[in-house]
Write a protein that binds this ligand. Structure first.
Ligand SMILES: [Zn+2]
Ligand SMILES: [Zn+2]
Length: 174
């Protein structure tokens, strides 16, 4: 859904959209959209600004990914609000001269007369996910020696195995 500034000049845009998996591009992020993404909110052109937009709303979705440690399937139910400000791209050039006050750190930029809602949502979802995508706090991960999932099996590989191999190689040396 394209949020057009031209339309915002006339009225505030309200959106209430559902995006099925595949409609928002999460490729290259090792992520899967496991449920439809629902987003509702509004987009408006702020008065007395040079084209500044305010886009706010709320979204819900369930994302899925492989656990960083054991590769198991992890689901992330998300339900979050957003309140974002965007300026026309032409401002970037001037940004150096303009003093940016604290509250403006969250400002983004747009060009070509508007902004795609899908792009905003994609960014919000990526920002909203935890840095470490693990299936549980104490996930023990996969044994680097035998490949067993340590959450399920207690393998008896020695932790020092890796070092042992280096030791063996060293012994082979001159
Ligand atoms: Zn895990
Ligand atoms: Zn093992």
């Amino acid at each position: 859904m394209f949020l057009s500034v031209k339309e915002m000049e006339l009225r505030k845009i309200r959106f209430d959209e559902t995006f099925e998996p595949g409609q928002i591009d999460f490729s290259g992020e090792h992520l899967e959209q496991a449920s439809p993404l629902h987003a509702a909110g509004s987009a408006e052109l702020l008065a007395n600004t040079e084209g500044e937009l305010r886009i706010r709303g709320r979204y819900t979705v369930e994302m899925a990914a492989g656990c960083d440690r054991c590769l198991g399937h992890v689901r992330f139910p998300m339900d979050a609000g957003f309140d974002l400000f965007y300026r026309p791209m032409v401002f970037i050039a001037r940004e150096e001269e303009v003093e940016i006050d604290e509250g403006e750190a969250e400002i983004g930029f747009y060009e070509n007369g508007g902004i795609e809602l899908e792009e905003i949502l994609r960014e919000q979802v990526l920002l909203g996910l935890p840095m470490q995508r693990v299936c549980r706090d104490g996930c023990k991960g996969i044994c680097p020696v035998c490949g067993a999932n340590r959450n399920e099996t207690e393998c008896h590989c020695r932790r020092e195995s890796h070092d042992d191999r280096w030791e063996a190689l060293r012994r082979l040396g001159p």
